[in-house]
Structures are given as structure tokens and as C-alpha cells.
Design a protein around this ligand. Structure first.
Ligand SMILES: [Zn+2]
Length: 454
């Protein structure tokens, strides 16, 4: 079956599942105003976020992301003929990876912050490069993100079609990240996207005192975890780095290019380390730095960040890498869980010297080289097994609220909203829904393609 035919059948299925639409078309006199919310992804999983809101003959999409399976998986297709606009919470590909597909009509606008727009284009291009033609859209479709973007500031409200209004609120997750509030038919629906209520050196923290909402679609990534105190983690991180450098070692920090690398730079900038030792930045984090320097309004302390960027040394090639390792200092390099990228090249140069340190700064998903290294001090990189003599430490700088942070923020939203819990492992979604119910709230854990009348 051709891809297009399959897509048309799926779209037809989509309509047939919902008898209210048949009624609307078949018997106009019975038409009653109704808002439908359909979950397209991130149901009992992290990845391929997507939400579809229909009101009368108009619709809006919030997020349309990817899940990195083999081949990459996307939310199911939805009818695009009624689409009034697309809103994007933030640049991470599990939210933005399929956005070019829903911008096929050049008159449909994308609403997100300018920082999200620029970071999304960078990440989509990178995904295209590594996917080698396995994506359902082409490289030429990526510029739609820039062309069709209507840059939207936090707290700004924009009308959309006849029925909708959108407002973005700071989500505190990565620079430019937003919660999307959609107003239609007199009701307000909040999509939290990924959020962090705690202020960090890079991010200002999610908007406190959110306005009244009737429905809240929330993430639940760390619904079953408590994050240690932020200041203590930062102090421990700086201590590990200082100890390593003082004993003549080199520090490797494998970190995600968007958000985490900049967070590390800001934490180090606040210490006296950068005045004594060089800091090197490798991989896509360099381009992310360039983008964020141009959008200072999304950084907690823009001057400190811009100083940190100016001070850091950019790595361009293998000669630079060898020189950096030899000279000593701190190397910030993708990928986050030692999953590849330049971090492998550094690892092979640093692993066998006990003076060196490898510092992991995010949760290490089981099965990744980072998780293996932490548990056993051994790791398989490429096809080789390494016994690691360098010091290995984890200082987890979370960019998501933990179980207490999630509940604190959600319970404070006025209007006794109905909660839909997504974007977490299945157990995390259930755990957050249960906690909300225990505090007297209505909460559901939706399945993919499930629709609810709002
Ligand atoms: Zn994210």
C-alpha cells in the first residue's frame, strides 16, 4: 500500500471513530458546539508527543514529535484541511521531530518562541543527517519551520482562526521552552510540555501562579523520583571538577547539546575554575551556544552565559581534541549518555588514567553506555570493552520537576482542572494520576488516538 493511501485510510478511520463529526456533517441542525481533544502520542511513553484539538470546523495541533525507534516513529496522521495553526512547546525532538509534516500548507503558522524556532531547525537538520533518508519528510521541508513561524513571546496571546486563542508561558525546561495554553469554546486547556519549576543557572523556572484552566495535559517524566537539592549537586559537581584538575587530570563531561551543556558552562562560570583552567566545547553544543547568545531573554543570567561562551574554546577537529586532552581542563562534549559523538573519541583518550574523571550529568537510561559505566566501571564503546581506571561520577542536573515539584505546580493551577497525564513511562503516568486523584482531583492516563470531549 502506498504511504499516501495508507495515510488517507488512517485519516478516514480518524473521522469514523468520532460519530459526533458524522452528525455534524449529516444533520447540521443537530450541530452542537463541542471541543474534542485527541492524544496522538506520548501516551504511557516518552517520545512522539502530539495533541489535536478540534472545535467546529477548525483545529489546532500542539507538538508533533518523534520517537527514535528503528525506523523513527511519528504520531498518527490527522486531517490537515481544518488546521488553523501548530503550537510547539520546545525544541527537543520528541516534541518537534515531525513538525515539518504538519506545516505542508504554507498558510498554516507555527507558534513558538524564537529560541525554540532556531533550536528546532538545528535539531531537525541533525536528525535528517543521521537518519539517512528514513524520515517521512525531506530536508527541503525543514525550512518551513523558519518560514511559517510566527515568533511568540511568553505571556503573549494570539488569536487563531475563529475559535482559538493561544498563550505561551515559560516552562523552565530549556531556553525557549513553553507551556501552551489553548482557549476555545470558553474553555482553557494547558499543555505543560516538559517543565521544571526550579530556577537554575541557565533557566528561569516555570511560570508560577498559572491562570485558571479547565483541562491540564501534563508530563510525568520524574513522577516517581525525587531530585536531590539543586545547590548541593552544583557544589558537588564543582568539587569533583576541582579535585580532578588539581591532581593534574582532565575532566570529560558527556552532555546533551541543548540545555545541559549550557547549564554546565553557567555552573562553572559561577566558580573560579574558568579563570584557572580551559573549558572546551565540542559538537552541536557550539551551535546551540551561538543561537542562545542571540536570544538572551530566555537565559536566567545572560551576561554570565555570554561570558562563559566567549571564554570557552571551540573544538574543530581531531587535532584540537588531542591538544585539549594533553593540555588538561574540562571538555564538554555530546552525547549525553556516552552514546556516541565526540564523547567516544575523548573517552578512548582518557579512560585509563586514574587522574582523569568522567562526569555524567543526566539520568542514565538503562542499557546506555553511561548506565553500564556507572554500574560496573566497565563499558563497551564501539566494539571494544574498556575497563575504566578514570574516576566516574554522576551529578544529575535534572531539567524536569520531580514528583513533589510536579504535584506542587499542578495542584496550584486554579479552576479545579481535569488532568490528563502523559510523557512518562507507563508506571510514572499512573503514579502521577493516582497522586492527583488522592488529592481529590480528576485525572486520566490516555491511550494513543483516544479522544475526549472537553
Ligand atoms: Zn524536553
Amino acid at each position: 500500500m502506498s504511504h499516501l493511501l495508507k495515510q488517507q485510510i488512517e485519516i478516514l478511520d480518524f473521522h469514523l471513530r468520532k460519530p459526533f463529526l458524522a452528525t455534524e456533517h449529516g444533520h447540521p441542525s443537530e450541530y452542537k458546539r463541542m471541543t474534542m481533544l485527541t492524544f496522538l502520542g506520548s501516551c504511557r511513553e516518552i517520545g512522539r508527543s502530539g495533541f489535536f484539538i478540534e472545535e467546529g470546523k477548525e483545529s489546532v495541533i500542539v507538538d508533533y514529535g518523534v520517537k527514535f525507534l528503528n525506523p523513527p516513529a511519528f504520531p498518527p496522521p490527522v486531517p490537515l484541511d481544518t488546521l488553523q495553526g501548530v503550537a510547539l512547546t520546545h525544541a527537543h525532538l520528541d516534541h518537534s521531530g515531525g513538525i515539518p509534516m504538519v506545516l505542508s500548507d504554507p498558510d498554516v503558522s507555527l507558534f513558538c518562541t524564537p529560541a525554540t524556532r532556531d533550536l528546532t531547525v538545528l535539531l531537525l537538520r541533525d536528525m535528517d543527517k543521521i537518519s539517512r533518508g528514513r524520515l517521512p519528510f525531506s530536508r527541503n521541508e525543514i525550512p518551513r519551520v523558519k518560514r511559517q513561524c510566527q515568533p511568540t513571546a511568553y505571556e503573549e496571546t494570539v488569536p487563531l482562526g475563529h475559535n482559538f486563542e493561544l498563550t505561551l508561558f515559560n516552562a523552565g525546561h530549556i531556553p525557549g521552552s513553553a507551556m501552551v495554553s489553548v482557549r476555545c469554546n470558553g474553555k482553557r486547556i494547558l499543555f505543560t510540555g516538559d517543565f521544571n519549576a526550579i530556577e537554575s543557572r541557565l533557566n528561569m523556572g516555570a511560570r508560577k501562579n498559572l491562570p485558571k484552566h479547565d483541562v491540564v495535559v501534563t508530563e510525568s517524566t520524574y513522577a516517581r523520583r525525587m531530585n536531590p537539592n539543586r545547590e548541593e549537586i552544583e557544589i558537588d559537581l564543582v568539587d569533583t571538577v576541582t579535585e580532578t584538575l588539581e591532581r593534574g587530570g582532565t575532566v570529560l563531561i558527556p552532555a546533551f547539546a541543548v540545555g545541559r551543556s549550557q547549564e554546565i558552562m553557567c555552573i562553572l562560570e559561577a566558580s573560579d575554575i574558568p579563570r584557572k583552567y580551559p573549558i572546551y566545547v565540542d559538537g552541536m553544543a557550539r551551535k546551540v551556544n551561538d543561537i542562545l547568545v542571540k536570544h538572551p531573554e530566555y537565559i536566567a543570567s545572560p551576561q554570565a552565559f555570554s561570558r562563559a561562551v566567549k571564554r570557552s574554546h571551540r573544538i574543530h577537529d581531531n587535532r584540537d581534541r588531542q591538544r585539549a586532552v594533553k593540555k588538561g581542563g574540562i571538555i564538554i562534549s555530546p552525547a549525553g549518555m556516552l552514546k556516541g559523538g565526540a564523547s567516544h573519541l575523548y573517552f578512548k583518550m582518557l579512560y585509563d588514567n586514574p587522574k582523569n574523571a568522567i562526569i555524567l550529568v543526566s539520568f542514565q537510561i538503562p542499557g546506555t553506555p553511561g548506565a553500564e559505566l556507572l554500574a560496573t566501571n566497565k563499558v563497551t564503546v564501539g566494539n571494544r570493552d574498556f575497563e575504566v581506571d578514570a574516576e566516574v561520577k554522576i551529578h544529575h542536573l535534572s531539567s524536569h520537576s520531580d514528583s513533589r515539584g510536579l504535584l506542587d505546580l499542578l495542584k496550584k493551577i486554579p479552576g479545579d482542572p481535569e488532568f490528563y497525564v502523559v510523557h512518562g513511562e507507563s508506571e510514572s503516568c499512573d503514579a502521577l494520576a493516582e497522586k492527583l486523584k488522592k488529592s481529590g482531583r480528576r485525572a486520566h492516563v490516555p491511550e494513543v488516538s483516544e479522544s475526549f470531549e472537553i
